[in-house]
Design a protein around this ligand. Structure first.
Ligand SMILES: C[S@@+](CC[C@H](N)C(=O)[O-])C[C@H]1O[C@@H](n2cnc3c(N)ncnc32)[C@H](O)[C@@H]1O
Length: 309
C-alpha cells in the first residue's frame, strides 16, 4: 500500500527535484563566481558576471515563485495609501519576488550584511559614509536612465530638499546612519514631505533590476546598489498593484526603534495629506499618501528622528 502511494508522488516530484538541484547548483555557481570576484580585495562583482547570473532570469525557482504569488496576492484589498506590513510584503507578487532577488543580488555583490537589527557586518566601514547631494543625484540619474519614460513617476532630475527643518545625518553602530534634528522642533511640526519630485516609483521588477544594474556598471556608484537595497519601501497603488517606492534623499536614512524601548522614542509619524484631494499639498504621484512626517512631541536639538516600521 505504501509503495503505491509513495512512488507515484515521487515520480510527480521528479521535475521539481531536478529544478531544485539546478537551483542549488546555480546558487553554488554564483558563490564560486563571488569568491573569485572578491578574492583579490573588496571588489564588487563585475557587471558581466552579474548579467550572466541574474537570478530572476536564470533561476527557475524564482520564476516559479512569481507564478505562485500571482495567485495568492489576489485576495488582498486595502485602502489607498496603505503601507504594507511585512506579512503583506511576503504575500505580494512584486515585493516577494524582489526580496528574494534583492537578497541574492546582495550576496553576489558582496554587500556587507545588514538585518532589521542593524549593520551586522564585522566591517567597520560598512554603510558608514554620509551621503552627499552627489549621492542622491547619482540615484536620480540611474532612475531616469533606466526606467521607461512612460512609467516614470519621478519628475525632478536632481536632489530636492524636502526637509522643512534643519537636519544632520550621523553614523553610529549598529543602526548605521540616521537623521538628527539640528534645533528644537515643537510638537505637530511638518518636518518632511514626499512628492513626485523626490520619490521614485518602480512599477515593475524589470525597472528595478535595470536601475540596480545601472548603479553596478559604474565603479563610482557600485556601492550604492547595496545601499539602495536597504532604502526601499513597498507600496500599494489605488489599483492594488504593489510597487517599489524609493525617495532619493535623507528620508531613507530614518531609523526605527528596536527591542523593548519606549514608544516615546518614535517621534515623527506619517500623515496622509494626499488622501484629501482638496488639500493644497495633495499630489497623486507621491508614494500614494502617508509620506508627510509630523513631530509627535517636542524634539530637542541633537535628537534622532525615529519612525515606526
Ligand atoms: C531604511 S534603512 C535606515 C538607514 C540605515 N541606518 C542606513 O545607514 O542606511 C533601514 C535599516 O536601518 C537599520 N535600522 C533602522 N532602525 C534600527 C534600529 N532601531 N536598530 C538597529 N538597526 C536599525 C536596519 O539595518 C534597517 O534595515
Amino acid at each position: 500500500m505504501f509503495s503505491g502511494f509513495t512512488n507515484a508522488p515521487l515520480v510527480r516530484k521528479l521535475p521539481s527535484i531536478l529544478f531544485l538541484t539546478a537551483g542549488v547548483f546555480h546558487v553554488y555557481h554564483n558563490f564560486a563566481f563571488l569568491s573569485q570576484a572578491t578574492s583579490g580585495g573588496n571588489d564588487f562583482l563585475s557587471i558581466e558576471t552579474y548579467a550572466a547570473t541574474d537570478p530572476y532570469t536564470a533561476n527557475p525557482l524564482l520564476r516559479n515563485m512569481e507564478n505562485n504569488l500571482t495567485t495568492r496576492s489576489t485576495s488582498i484589498g486595502e485602502p489607498k495609501g496603505y503601507r504594507v506590513s511585512v506579512k503583506d510584503k511576503i504575500r505580494s507578487k512584486h515585493s516577494a519576488l524582489d526580496e528574494a532577488w534583492i537578497k541574492s543580488i546582495s550576496k553576489m555583490l558582496g554587500c556587507p550584511d545588514v538585518s532589521d537589527d542593524g549593520i551586522i557586518s564585522d566591517d567597520p566601514n560598512a554603510y558608514n559614509y554620509i551621503p552627499t547631494i552627489e549621492t542622491w543625484n547619482a540615484l536620480y540619474r540611474a532612475y531616469h536612465a533606466t526606467v521607461d519614460p512612460n512609467n516614470e513617476f519621478l519628475t525632478a532630475t536632481e536632489y530636492q530638499n524636502s526637509w522643512k527643518v534643519p537636519i544632520e545625518v550621523k553614523y553610529r553602530r549598529p543602526e548605521g546612519r540616521g537623521v538628527y534634528a539640528k534645533e528644537f522642533i515643537p510638537k505637530g511640526t511638518l518636518v518632511w514631505s514626499s512628492t513626485s519630485r523626490n520619490t521614485a516609483i518602480f512599477e515593475s521588477s524589470h525597472d528595478r533590476r535595470e536601475f540596480i544594474k545601472y548603479l553596478i556598471e559604474d565603479p563610482k556608484t557600485r556601492h550604492l546598489a547595496c545601499d539602495a537595497q536597504m532604502w526601499f519601501d513597498v507600496i500599494r497603488s489605488p489599483d492594488k498593484t504593489f510597487y517599489i517606492c524609493q525617495t532619493f534623499d535623507e528620508a531613507v536614512l530614518l531609523n526605527t526603534v528596536s527591542g523593548e524601548k519606549s514608544h516615546d522614542q518614535i517621534n515623527i509619524e506619517p500623515q496622509s495629506l494626499s488622501l484629501s484631494t482638496d488639500n493644497p499639498d495633495y499630489d497623486e504621484n507621491d508614494c500614494y499618501g502617508n509620506d508627510h512626517y509630523f513631530t509627535l512631541r517636542d524634539i530637542q536639538a541633537g535628537e534622532q528622528f525615529r519612525i515606526k516600521y
